[in-house]
Design a protein around this ligand. Structure first.
Ligand code: NAD
Length: 492
């Protein structure tokens, strides 16, 4: 039998206790069937630990706990009390920041530099949600003197949340923050590749004073736990982040079961544009942050770079030189920019796209190779002289691979940039504010970054156009996805 926690020594020297059980009703418990699965470190390919694997019957128990907590405490709690415990949770995340960053680097393979950014944004976002908790308003509606009419925003109930492996802690915070602030309770499934941080912060959830049953965490597989969550009759809403294919499947399951509400944060193939008048040095640094940050495992990665023809050769050369200077390797080395890809499957998928790109006739400017034999490391890879119908330009690769295309006029650029089934984000580099605003208005994208990229703030909404998603996360918009409007009309 697996103990419910194991001591782990992180490569940065921190020793901590890692919970391994399912988190239900504020307790760590073994799964009903006592199955476990292995968690490996992508940077060493060695086993970190096993954790308990939830199955359908565990989902049922967690949903029951969440339903009870919703009806007995959380739904009717003073919103200020909900805010108070969320503030405490944000502070506890900050107090545990170095441990959490280390867990993310160990489990996901990302560099400490990236992991620290995730932890900071997670704490900021939970704090932002804490502030929203007692600022959820309905409306008084003028309907003449014969009636008194008003609306109120009510929570939905038990929410199912399924998150991916690229930002395990950050996605946990984007999901639980708005759900809890608005009075919902949750059953969340972390990705099978990266369950450790969600289990670690469950201790903080309890310590912060969040009542039993409000937050339930079930590590396990998508096809078992994810499927049960998506189809569960007592789950009222599902929030998912991951691939477009799985998002489509979940939406179908939600529709076929009980028409649960759905928000989806899906894939992307986002254009990052450099105009000839841009500050080239800054633009190159932003396109590097756009594609190689978090090893390219970013849904809004700027994976299609568009450069105006007169500066194309200069930008490609500067991009190549800067990319070759990036330090790739041990995520715990303070100077590492790019750590490991998160799984062998992902590594192989990315390398297969290198072959596809070469076969399609694109010019490999730099990279394209695995680094070493242990750990899933890949060189930052740039393809230039691409054609817009190539698979490497069309399909989401989800790794440190970027294509660089040439454009001459704004109209030509808009046509190329918008020619995608996705629409998550876009970047524009120019010193001409009129052009920046005109182009940003014409781009099909949920977020447009101007003279920056992958630049998030907890108060700014994020989400996709087209097949990149439904609904928004962060900002005031995220709260709308966790409440429903009740209209009340009183005859005087
Ligand atoms: P995925 O979308 O299948 O997995 C994401 C989450 O969904 C995981 O927790 C997984 O367990 C769960 N899941 C899988 N099948 C499910 C099902 N039938 N029902 C309910 N939940 C289910 O992604 P993946 O297979 O890990 O990666 C494949 C590709 O997806 C990647 O190469 C990448 O292109 C893309 N991806 C995108 C994002 C993003 O943030 N947009 C994140 C991860 C992966």
């Amino acid at each position: 039998h697996l103990p419910l926690s194991v001591p782990i020594k992180l490569p940065n020297g921190i020793v901590y206790e890692q919970p391994t059980g399912l988190f239900i009703n504020n307790e760590f418990v073994p799964s009903r069937q006592s199955k476990t699965f292995e968690v490996i470190s992508p940077s060493t390919e060695e086993e970190i630990t096993h954790v308990y694997e939830a199955r359908e019957d565990d989902v049922d128990i967690a949903v029951e706990a969440a339903k009870k907590a919703f009806n007995s405490t959380w739904k009717t709690a003073d919103p200020a009390e909900r805010g108070k415990v969320l503030y405490k949770l944000a502070n506890l995340i900050e107090k545990n920041a170095e441990t959490l960053a280390g867990i993310e680097s160990l489990d996901n393979g990302k560099s400490l530099f990236c992991a620290r950014g995730d932890v900071a944004l997670s704490a900021n976002y939970i704090r932002s949600c804490a502030g929203w908790a007692d600022k959820i308003y309905g409306r008084l509606i003028e309907t003449g003197s014969s009636h008194f009419s008003y609306s109120r925003r009510e929570p939905l109930g038990v929410c199912g949340q399924i998150i991916p492996w690229n930002f395990p802690l950050l996605m946990w915070s984007w999901k639980i923050g708005p759900a809890l602030a608005t009075g919902n309770t949750i059953v969340l499934k972390p990705a099978e590749a990266t369950p450790l941080s969600a289990l670690y912060v469950s201790q903080l959830v309890k310590e912060a004073g969040i009542p039993a049953g409000v937050v339930n965490i079930l590590p396990g597989y998508g096809k078992i736990v994810g499927e049960r969550i998506s189809r569960h009759p007592n789950i009222k809403k599902i929030a998912f982040t991951g691939s477009t294919a799985t998002g489509r499947h979940i939406m179908k399951a939600a529709a076929e079961s009980n028409l649960k509400k759905v928000t989806l944060e899906l894939g992307g193939k986002s254009p990052n544009i450099v105009f000839a008048d841009a500050d080239i040095e800054k633009a190159v640094s932003n396109i590097i942050m756009g594609i190689f940050y978090n090893s390219g495992e970013v849904c809004c990665a700027g994976s299609r770079v568009y450069v105006q023809d007169t500066v194309y050769d200069k930008v490609v050369q500067a991009f190549k030189e800067s990319s070759e200077k990036l330090k790739v390797g041990n995520p715990f080395d303070e100077s590492t920019f790019q750590g490991a890809q998160t799984s062998q499957v992902q590594l192989e998928k990315i390398l297969s796209y290198v072959d596809i790109g070469k076969k399609e006739g694109a010019k490999l400017v730099t990279g394209g190779e695995r680094i070493g034999e242990k750990g899933f490391f890949i060189k930052p890879t740039i393809f230039a002289d691409v054609k817009e119908d190539m698979r490497i330009v069309k399909e989401e690769i989800f790794g440190p691979i970027v294509t660089v295309s040439k454009f001459s006029t704004v109209d030509e650029l808009i046509e190329m940039a918008n020619d995608s089934e996705y629409g998550l984000a876009a970047g524009i580099h120019t010193i001409d504010i009129n052009k920046a605003i005109d182009v940003s208005n014409r781009l099909t994208a949920g977020t447009v970054w101007i003279n920056t990229y992958n630049d998030f703030h907890q108060n700014v909404p994020f989400g996709g156009f087209n097949q990149s998603g439904i609904g928004r996360e962060m900002g005031a918009e995220a709260l709308d996805n966790y409440t429903q409007v009740k209209a009340v009309r009183i005859k005087i």
